[in-house]
Design a protein around this ligand. Structure first.
Ligand SMILES: Nc1ncnc2c1ncn2[C@@H]1O[C@H](COP(=O)(O)OP(=O)(O)OP(=O)(O)O)[C@@H](O)[C@H]1O
Length: 234
């Protein structure tokens, strides 16, 4: 078993400087490992810190204490102490992050949006185009839309473009924040099968799924989160 993610005694609190400096804990002494080929689901009520934990694993948030190791090119690297340059390299090569929202770049075509993470790894344009087209087709994005910028697309179409972008690289680690939030049953099934394929090729997956049925089908293991909530706010 290869440990791909190792979270140790993680503590994260937010301080609202523009609201009298009120400060509250969200993650308290969180520890868990995720192995290659395992899909772990974050469990907890709304506000328990699921997205905060996922964003911390993508190095968007810096915890107050604890360690966040991810296996990058065979070595466990602590994201808490990694330099910004290391974090960019780790994101490019190792960490895929799929949220429910697409960050739309004006005038960039759907095909280019999807291909970009693979292009950033230095893969040739034809190979990238082939992989991106396959995913767009699988996710039922009509070919007539591929050369348009996705800014005018529906919520569900944008979400599917975002999923294609997230799966275009075979990342060793995948962080999924509600990837199926506004999808119909057919497209949900496509995403489930993409997640299963990623797990079968050995990806370590950490996901948030509000749909209990999806959670039950995908979770190899659950990580319960119980935020101490804001009543404790100082
Ligand atoms: N950037 C931020 N600044 C301040 N507080 C934040 C920030 N992000 C999240 N929080 C607070 O941290 C707590 C946890 O939020 P988070 O989004 O991680 O919860 P969640 O479990 O993902 O919730 P949900 O299931 O509703 O999406 C919430 O009380 C939220 O208000």
């Amino acid at each position: 078993m290869t440990v791909m993610i190792q979270v140790t005694d993680l503590n994260k609190r937010f301080t609202l400087h523009n609201q009298g400096g009120v400060s509250y804990p969200v993650l308290t002494d969180v520890s868990f490992d995720v192995n290659a080929g395992e899909c772990v689901v974050l469990d907890g009520r709304s506000g328990s810190g699921k997205s905060t934990l996922l964003r911390s694993l993508y190095a968007n948030y810096k915890p107050q204490s604890g360690q966040l190791h991810v296996r990058h090119q065979g070595v466990l690297v602590d994201l808490v102490t990694a330099t910004p340059r290391q974090i960019l390299t780790i994101r490019r090569q190792t960490l895929g992050y799929v949220s429910q929202f697409l960050r739309v770049i004006p005038r960039v075509s759907t095909l280019d949006v999807v291909m970009e993470p693979l292009r950033a790894q230095g893969v040739d344009r034809d190979t990238c185009r082939e992989k991106a087209s396959g995913l767009l087709r699988q996710l039922n994005i009509p070919e007539t839309l591929w050369h348009l910028a996705p800014s005018t697309f529906s919520g569900g179409e944008q979400q599917r473009v975002n999923i294609a972008r997230g799966f275009v690289v075979d990342y060793p680690i995948l962080l999924l924040d509600e990837p199926t939030a506004s999808l119909d049953a057919d497209n949900c099934a496509v995403v489930m099968s993409l997640i299963r394929q990623a797990r079968e090729r050995g990806a370590a997956i950490v996901g948030i799924f509000h749909d209990a049925g999806l959670r039950d089908q995908l979770a190899d293991r659950r990580i319960p989160l119980t935020s101490p909530a804001k009543e404790e706010a100082a």
